[in-house]
Design a protein around this ligand. Structure first.
Ligand code: ZN
Length: 125
């Protein structure tokens, strides 16, 4: 499952950062998901909830933010957020909101990013 490997990657990255910072606990994790990352946010959240068991992230609040798709239109020069037809979540169509062109360059929206984590450190540090 696509979401499973994504979730595993996210948790590994969070645990690595927590470890580097001598965290005793992770309180909060914010994840940004591009609308074109081909990930179902509910499914991802569910899997994350399972994977964090018995780790430092176990009690963390997990915040998932969906970010819009930013494009440059080659036909009319529009720059901004695209219209996405994602009736089929795994094969979304992206087009220019100004001229309906599909000749666009996608600048943003394909990635999954761990945007922020809040950790707890041992007393006295
Ligand atoms: Zn256009």
């Amino acid at each position: 499952m696509h979401e499973l490997s994504m979730a595993q990657g996210i948790i590994n990255a969070v645990l690595e950062t927590a470890d580097e910072n001598n965290a005793t606990e992770v309180n909060e994790v914010t994840i940004e998901i591009g609308r074109l990352a081909m990930v179902n946010p509910e499914q991802l959240e569910f899997i994350l909830g399972v994977l964090v068991e018995n780790t430092l992230v176990e009690d963390a609040k997990i915040i998932i933010e969906e970010i819009p798709v930013e494009i440059d239109c080659e036909d009319c020069g529009f720059h901004g957020n695209a219209i996405i037809d994602d009736k089929d979540h795994y094969a979304p169509m992206v087009k220019c909101p100004e001229c309906d062109s599909f000749k666009i360059e996608i600048l943003n929206g394909k990635d999954i990013i761990v945007k922020n984590i809040v950790i707890e450190k041992p007393e006295g540090e």
